[in-house]
Design a protein around this ligand. Structure first.
Ligand code: ADP
Ligand code: ZN
Ligand code: ZN
Length: 817
């Protein structure tokens, strides 16, 4: 009998790859385990077993595997099914999904590490020259990478040499894979239970009367443990008693104390549960009951609740229900960095049951969380995090909450898999028969459409919690204001007056400007030239804090220029404005007030956001200026005014979703105003005061916006009426990009006819010296999605077979955002 395993390799391969197994291996290995295998000439990868069977591959000879890396599967069956779904829906390789889904520590590969086997004295006579060299080198340095061995032997094919050494049991391969993840261990002590009875305790203290330092430690131990029942860390005990480790050690040696070690949870909850109950008000309770009712009918539920209506409280209640049943809950957010407030709210209620999965966490931290979710441990019942959380190894998922479901950051843009976490979450929930609620104050048109057409159920909350009024919106026509000279820089008289008023009342202000940097573009007043990035087709952006011109696409930068690079004129000026400029102008207008700025430039580093948010929460800053980061679910108590500096650059964005996005963004920023008793105010500065979106924001009229946008979408054949697949060709050669794009577009037109648009250069047609060209495929509702994708796949394969286009890459984006 021969046995085979189909493996998913972390590579963009169309298919799984088959390896041969011995019978012994086949009996041990299960789907979901990792194997180290050779792929290509001399590279070793970690592969995931997808299937074990007895059919040899037809077109190649199956190679044996190198090593089994797991004793139990690292992936669940559900994960394997889910990966497969993502790969086929989003037209990418399972290997792409694998890379996105597993923490890096699980994926060690050909940077593989070779080590000498311990206690194996090399019998040098049996070694050939190469083998000898490797062994000798390994005696000097404890481990080597494959590449280092290639250098040592001065050739590419070193795996056979290593194979021989492995066979002679002289070296180990990839041991590091086991050792990569080292849980951080903490040392604890406890009193030997034999001394716990009071009489024993007194006896012990008496016995120790001649060892005062040891007695001191013991007394400290009693005093700490009397206050808290938690396990006592050695570190704390030593700190409290002022004793040294050696004194403690003598107590351990005498068997008075026992020491023990536990893996620490790097991602810890430090506080106490401070909120034990949540009382929903009548409206919330009705919404909650409705959601539960929809859940019973296995419906995806869309919760449309205005900002500050108390959606979070409802989510908490829903989560409580499922974890009381012992199930897991997943809370998905568009961006984890901004959610300190929310995490605190959840922890106040659920304590250390909440696990945060953060892309900024170290590899080890992520591995820890992965394992907890896998174990379905008490501490891992509620997982909160951004899109990649959907890849965790859930055991018994009961509920998914997708908060701010309209946010486009749920869609991964680069690299593949280009999945939409909200949509994938719906599939995931279905796999587990779990419930799912999508929540937003401004639902995406797609989700609302699904609710309207009974694909989802709809629950609405139209009032703010505590009957706080929705903020009053005022539109300021800055075209007229400019003409009447009623502007100071980018501030209208109205905005200045309102800011002054708020500050006088000791309230806080948020100003929103949808662009970072100072003045995006430098322009020559004589010839109109603006400095361009040499690698990309964009103008460089001016950053005042370091006096640089920078490219936002590739990072290229030069010093600020005071002379035109084209004509030499000294008359250069900056056009457009960003957050930095708003800050500078504001400081001049309100020199006595503290101003904070939150954008990509000020929030680098792990705690960048937290500091800025905390300072604003603590009212150390009076005015906070920011980009769309400010829109995301922040709950500040003392903000009475929100100013939108310029609504127009949102509206004029060349994209079919620009209007929907502008509406969502403005309404969300507006929602930061007046979240407590006093009615808040929102001021929108615009050149187009009569624009329908501005009007709809001012009345908070979601359904009007929805109706109007839907008509446009229908007329111009966009989602939700049509599905989209966008193909982007990338190549360093301009004419080759054009030729290849023509070829591909013609091939697609042969099948899809008038539903193929382009090829067309995007607004930024060259990035990092690569030319970009887009082709858009529109898929009518009645056309089969599966068949369409198969066809696209087939055409792409023919394309890839053309030698002349080898240097052209094609990026496939299903449901582009
Ligand atoms: P949303 O998520 O809909 O924007 P939040 O859940 O942040 O709204 O609620 C807005 C504010 O009202 C929060 O400060 C929240 O603590 C408070 N709140 C909402 N519901 C309740 C409730 N049932 N009991 C007490 N406070 C509540
Ligand atoms: Zn010039
Ligand atoms: Zn550039």
């Amino acid at each position: 009998m021969s046995y085979f395993a189909d493996l998913i390799l972390p590579l963009p391969l169309d298919n799984r790859f088959t390896y041969s197994l011995t019978q012994e291996e086949a009996e041990f290995i299960q789907p979901g385990m990792r194997l180290a295998v050779q792929f290509g000439k001399n590279r070793v990868y970690t592969g995931i077993v997808a299937e074990i069977h007895q059919n040899p591959p037809e077109v190649y000879e199956a190679k044996p595997i190198h090593q089994i890396l797991d004793e139990i599967p690292l992936l669940t069956r559900e994960q394997l099914t889910f990966w497969h779904w993502i790969a086929s829906y989003y037209l990418c390789a399972e290997g792409d999904v694998m890379r996105a889904a597993l923490p890096g520590a699980f994926l060690l590969e050909s940077e593989s590490i070779v080590k000498l086997v311990k206690d194996a004295p090399p019998d040098t006579e049996e070694l050939n020259d190469d083998e000898y060299l490797v062994v000798e080198a390994l005696q000097r340095q404890s481990s080597m990478k494959i590449q280092e061995i290639e250098q040592l032997l001065d050739r590419k094919k070193v795996l056979p040499v290593i194979n021989k050494l492995v066979a002679k049991n002289l070296v180990d391969l990839n041991q590091e894979i086991y050792e990569q993840f080292k849980p951080k261990q903490l040392r604890y002590v406890r009193l030997n239970p034999a001394y716990e009875a009071e009489s024993e305790m007194h006896q012990l203290l008496d016995d120790l009367s001649r060892a005062p330092k040891q007695r001191e430690i013991l007394l400290s131990y009693f005093s700490i443990t009397a206050q808290s029942k938690r396990p006592l860390k050695v570190k704390n005990l030593l700190e409290e008693s002022g004793a040294s480790n050696s004194i403690l050690k003598s107590l351990i040696d005498k068997n008075i104390f026992e020491e023990f070690f536990e893996e620490t949870d790097r991602v810890v909850f430090s506080g106490e549960i401070s909120q034990h109950e949540i009382h929903l008000n009548k409206i919330q309770q009705e919404a909650f009951d409705e959601i539960q009712e929809n859940f019973r009918q296995d419906q995806v539920c869309l919760l449309h609740g205005v900002t500050s209506s108390g959606k979070t409280e409802i989510y908490i209640k829903l989560i409580e229900e499922v974890i009381n049943k012992g199930k897991q809950a997943l809370y998905l957010l568009p961006e984890i960095a901004l959610t300190t407030q929310l995490i605190k709210r959840l922890q106040n209620f659920f304590g250390d049951k909440v696990l945060v999965y953060h892309s900024k966490y170290s590899v080890n931290e992520r591995v820890e969380i992965y394992k907890k979710v896998m174990d379905n441990s008490e501490k891992g019942k509620i997982i909160i995090g951004a899109r990649s959380c959907i890849f965790l190894p859930f055991q018994d998922l009961g509920l998914i909450v997708v908060d701010e479901e309209h946010e486009s950051t749920f869609k991964q843009f680069d690299p593949a898999p280009r999945y939409h976490a909200r949509d994938a979450a719906v599939v995931l929930a279905n796999m587990f028969k779990a419930n799912i609620v999508l929540g937003s104050a401004t639902p995406s048109i797609e989700s609302y459409f699904n609710a309207e057409h009974n694909k989802y159920s709809l629950v609405e909350l139209t009032r703010r919690f505590g009957n706080v009024l929705m903020p009053e919106v005022e539109i300021v026509d800055i075209k007229t204001a400019h003409r009447k000279k009623k502007m100071t820089g980018h501030f209208s008289e109205r905005l200045i007056a309102e800011i002054r008023e708020s500050l006088k009342e000791e309230e806080q202000v948020i100003l929103f400007q949808n662009r970072r940097g100072f003045s995006p573009i430098l322009e020559c007043n004589t010839c109109g030239h603006s400095p361009q990035c040499p690698n990309c087709d964009v103008s460089l952006t001016y950053h005042s804090h370091n006096n640089q011109l920078r490219c936002h696409y590739c990072g290229y930068h030069i010093a600020m220029q005071h002379q035109c690079m084209a004509c030499g004129s000294n008359e250069v000026s900056t056009k457009g404005f960003g957050t930095e400029q708003v800050e500078t102008e504001l400081k001049a207008l309100f020199p006595k007030h503290k101003i904070g700025r939150m954008d990509q430039d000020t929030t680098r580093g792990k705690h960048g956001y937290e500091k800025i948010i905390q300072a604003f929460e603590d009212h150390e800053t009076d005015i906070l200026i920011g980009t769309q980061m400010l829109t995301k679910g922040l709950d500040f108590r003392k903000v009475s005014l929100v100013g939108i500096m310029n609504a127009d650059n949102l509206l004029n964005f060349p994209d079919f979703r620009a209007h929907e996005r502008s509406f969502q963004l403005m309404l969300q920023v507006a929602g930061r105003s007046g979240r407590t008793k006093k009615r808040g105010k929102v001021l929108i500065q615009t050149y187009n005061p009569h624009h329908q979106i501005i009007q709809q924001v001012s009345t908070g009229d979601y359904s009007e916006m929805y109706k109007e946008q839907l008509e446009d979408r229908y007329q111009y054949q966009y989602p939700p009426y049509f599905r989209l697949i966008r193909l982007t060709l990338k190549c360093r050669d301009y004419s080759k990009t054009n030729e290849a794009a023509e070829w591909l577009a013609r091939a697609l037109e042969n099948v899809f006819d008038r539903y193929v648009l382009g090829p067309e250069f995007p607004p930024v047609a060259r990035i990092r010296n690569e030319y970009y060209k887009n082709i858009l495929i529109k898929i009518p509702q009645k056309q089969s999605l599966g068949k369409t994708k198969k066809m696209v796949h087939r055409i792409l394969n023919s394309f890839k077979a053309i030698g002349a286009y080898r240097s052209v890459r094609v990026v496939v984006n299903v449901d582009p955002q």
